[in-house]
Ligand binder design. Structure first.
Ligand code: SF4
Length: 485
């Protein structure tokens, strides 16, 4: 499709909103409107004096919108008004009314929380529905999440931080995955694991030293990836020991390890994690349908998930999260509902429901040229989630959105009372510093006074992490400099 921008510079949001309506289209952006309407999907957005215009054409149909705005309107408001016109024109053209309105950002609940503080609970909800055109259903969900997040955020101490530890290896690569994670089925990636673990412990030691010197208080630890439990029990023990030796864990309230792939979980690894103080693990089936698992390139069965879950309970884990994905290839609304029923019958302490987001780096897009799945089926799946999980006692406690997700929906963490994952909330709401170790990890420094955020990036790939380790450690000096200002 072609998108023309005339008289304004609101490219990022207009392009994002067009992508919501035309998920599988490549968008070509131009400032020269002379080619408008020359074929295919054509959208022209224009500001001229105090008037905003949108023309949208596709398949012989056309929608036009025009609105006069106050002369003293600021850029943000002007952009919002233009997006509302664009939303209206594209809805008229396609018949689709996206439930998130013109909102395309990653953190809707953070915005809702800020609006509640600034306006009031009711006024914030009205702003969502009237100014951002968000549906009543998504507005209520966001407001629910924002209130719960606020409670969790209040428990965080000043000068606190969370620790993120990246293990970017997996037993095999899922076809929808766009993370930097290496399948260890190949010898090349497998040979990186041991040197990686060794350097990871050194980085943890260095970060721990800095955190102690700054008297920062560790509130949560999160091992993610990848699949941390792809490491052997011995390697997991080594990394956990490095965490214990490098950091003061006396104020740590949550210690999560993603044991994402059920086929990596063993009794021995669970014992190691338990003895190392890990309090929460995540076992992620994504689906309980064997055919769908096969289609997405997972090498485990639904039975493996059930076995891993009971093994974890047997090992004493009383806080388990399970992830599901709505919109997987080959999944139907019925098979998704069955997966949901099986998972909720297990009563894990939290269930996170993601919407499939097809990024360019996934093999589905890169190799198979797959298109985004049907958004209307995903809508039905998410509706089932919203009905069934509260029936089982789960409440939504955190949320985020991703670009290129099926139907432009959301990812929501649901939990039983008192089992909110504090790391998820702190990280998503950016309310304190996250010190991060490992390849692809991003340290996010947050000023406790001003809220200003600065990021330090580690090298993305394990081989770079290993070969340029000294450089990466050097970058960590920035942490002290940040806190000194
Ligand atoms: S388990 Fe997660 S990180 Fe690993 S390949 Fe699958 S989606 Fe990617």
């Amino acid at each position: 499709m072609k998108l023309y921008l005339c008289g304004h510079g609101f490219r990022y949001e207009t392009e994002n909103l067009c992508r919501v309506f035309f998920q599988n289209e490549e968008i070509e952006v131009s400032n020269d409107a002379s080619g408008f309407g020359s074929g295919g999907i054509s959208v022209l957005t224009k500001t001229e004096g105090n008037t905003l215009f949108v023309w949208a054409r596709a398949g012989g149909r056309e929608q036009t919108r025009e609105k006069a705005v106050p002369a003293d309107i600021d850029d943000n408001e002007s952009e919002r008004e233009l997006l509302c016109l664009l939303f209206s024109a594209l809805s008229g053209l396609t018949g689709y009314v996206p439930p998130w309105g013109i909102l395309t950002g990653v953190r809707p609940s953070k915005l809702m929380g800020a609006l509640i503080n600034e306006l009031s609970y009711d006024a914030a909800k009205r702003y969502f529905t009237e100014k951002l055109l968000v549906s009543a259903e998504k507005t209520n969900l966001t407001a629910d999440v924002a209130l719960r997040e606020e409670k969790t955020i209040k428990t965080s101490q000043k000068n606190s931080f969370s620790l993120y530890v990246a293990v970017p290896f997996c037993p095999s690569r899922c076809s929808y995955c766009s993370f930097v994670s290496h399948s260890i089925t190949g010898n090349k990636a497998r040979s990186l694991v041991s040197p990686y673990v060794e350097l990871l412990t050194k980085e943890l030691s260095e970060i721990g030293r800095i955190a102690r010197e700054l008297s920062l208080k560790l509130e949560s630890v999160y091992f993610g990836g990848g699949t941390p439990t792809v490491l052997s029990a011995g390697q997991l023990g080594v990394v956990c020991e490095a965490v214990e030796k490098s950091f003061d864990l006396s104020s740590c309230r949550e210690y999560t390890v993603e044991a994402g792939r059920p086929d990596t979980i063993t009794k021995e690894k669970l014992k190691t994690l338990k003895e190392s103080g890990v309090s929460r693990i995540s076992i992620n089936p994504q689906t309980m349908n064997a055919e769908v698992l096969n289609k997405i390139g997972r090498k485990h069965s639904p039975r493996d998930t059930l076995d891993a879950f009971s093994l974890a309970r047997g090992a004493g884990f009383t806080n388990i999260n399970m992830d599901l994905i709505a919109g997987l290839y080959g999944d139907t609304t019925e098979s998704f509902a069955e997966s949901l029923d099986i998972i909720r019958s297990l009563m894990p302490e939290s269930i996170t429901v993601h919407t499939l987001a097809l990024k360019r780096a996934s093999s589905l897009v890169a190799r198979e040229n797959a298109e985004a799945p049907d958004g209307s089926a995903v809508a039905v799946m998410l509706k089932a989630v919203q009905e069934k999980l509260p029936e089982s006692g789960y409440q939504p406690y955190y949320m985020y959105r991703q670009s290129r997700s099926a139907g432009n929906f959301e990812n929501v963490g649901w939990c039983l009372e008192g089992f909110e994952c504090i790391y998820n909330v702190f990280m998503m709401e950016e309310c304190h510093t996250v010190l991060a170790a490992g390849a692809g990890a991003v340290t996010k420094l947050r000023s406790p006074n001003s809220g200003y955020i600065e990021r330090i990036f580690n090298f993305k790939y394990p081989y770079e992490y290993i070969s340029r380790f000294d450089e990466l450690i050097e970058r960590k000096n920035r942490i002290k400099a940040f806190y000194a200002t």
